[in-house]
Design a binder for this molecule. Sequence first.
Ligand code: FES
Length: 84
Amino acid sequence: MMIKPKSSRLAPYVLDLEEGSHIWCGCGLSKDQPFCDNAHKGTEYEGQEKVAMLFETETDKTVALCGCKETKSPPYCDGAHKSL
Ligand code: FES
């Protein structure tokens, strides 16, 4: 069963990311939002789908990463925060 994530905020994090690998926090517990800091370890979120989501950026670019954790297109904001 999927446990409801905690929203770190009801808006995306718009960031300039460097090319490479990043890990998005899907549980909302990380203190390093919107990135995973392993705060999910040892909690009910450990092992949940999309809790620590590895994603790649192929070039340096500006992204809008979901902060509400309710997006259907993780790690990116899909506008779901507007209806929370
Ligand atoms: S911040 Fe989650 S969908 Fe926009």
